[in-house]
Design a protein around this ligand. Structure first.
Ligand SMILES: [Zn+2]
Ligand SMILES: [Zn+2]
Length: 87
């Protein structure tokens, strides 16, 4: 069974929503998330940015992130090679 990686809760009234929503149904405060895999937490508005960069939340995107990282490395190396050539 797949265990949920993200826990949502209301920091204001400490209620736990049963469905994913932006605001608490009881007190209308913005909900807070905790990523159990990475131990990070934040407000609802930061969640999507976290999810896009978190290997625990979106393991299916990990390969893509690694590729981007490699591309960045290659770009840096090329940059340094250009500098070396100008010596
Ligand atoms: Zn609440
Ligand atoms: Zn995460």
């Amino acid at each position: 069974m797949f265990s949920p990686q993200i826990e949502w809760y209301c920091a204001q009234c400490e209620s736990v929503p049963t469905d994913r929503r932006k605001y608490c149904a009881d007190c209308d405060s913005m909900l807070t998330w905790t990523c159990t895999g990475s131990g990070k937490s934040g407000l609802y508005t930061n969640y999507y940015r976290h999810r896009d960069n978190c290997n625990y939340c979106t393991p299916e995107l990990e390969e893509e992130r690694q590729k981007k990282l490699e591309e960045k490395k290659v770009a840096n190396q090329q940059h340094f090679q250009i500098l070396d050539d100008s010596k």
